[in-house]
Design a binder for this molecule. Sequence first.
Ligand code: IPE
Ligand code: IPE
Ligand code: MG
Length: 253
Amino acid sequence: MPADAAIAALPIAETALKIPAHIAVIMDGNGRWAKARGKARTEGHVEGVKALRRLVNLAMAYGVRHLTVYSFSSENWRRPPEEVSFIFSLLRRFVASDLDTLHANNVRVRIIGSPEGLDPGLTRMIEGVQLKTLHNTGLELIVAFNYGGKGEIVEAARRIARDVAAGRLSANDINEASFARYLMTADTPDPDLIIRTSGEQRLSNFLLWQGAYAELVFLEENWPDFGETGFVKALTEYSRRKRRFGDVEAQEP
Ligand code: IPE
Ligand code: IPE
Ligand code: MG
């Protein structure tokens, strides 16, 4: 047997990392991180942006194709208005400070969520970011902002109903594949791995449809503490999982 054939036949080491094509992250625990340090919750959010930057760099370095981050849920409006407006201003500041670098790194940015409740300036900014990076071919960074999974599914159903009423779609042609095309994530494969920090073990209305077969990994650390250690821990856990998709044996996605 030629030497290179022997190498190819070697079993993959148990620790070999599988890199998910799509990772989605629930960035949770900013408030608790701040509280533990006697700081205001807003300081936790500021540190959270630094962790987001680390995550984007890690995703690029490890060859992840799609990265979705949950940055403001449709339920987060329940928070005090000062905190809500601070999070909104952070999004603006993140775009102002990071958009050029993201663009230079060939990152395609998309924002998913409802425009409802956002001021027109923010909506324009979101459109500008998407347009600027539209033709980039590197990492796809999807920011879920003012996003809720149930709301997304309802909105898809509403648009489908309109298309059926207008004769553009037949009710018989509604199936999982056609339905998914009405979701905000159309064109992006479902997440393989959903990571949540802060020890909470729930989805909080994140990617309810798309996460049907995602592997879930919960990390104890709060989001501002997230870095390569947590990232590799999640990937290691993911690599150990056997994804069956309803079958009896492990399957490739
Ligand atoms: C996540 O951190 C950030 C957002 C939800 C915007 P939290 O603000 O939820 O932090 P905890 O959960 O209160 O610690
Ligand atoms: C989920 O975190 C939303 C984001 C991370 C943006 P929350 O902190 O809002 O979730 P719950 O309220 O603990 O479920
Ligand atoms: Mg939280």
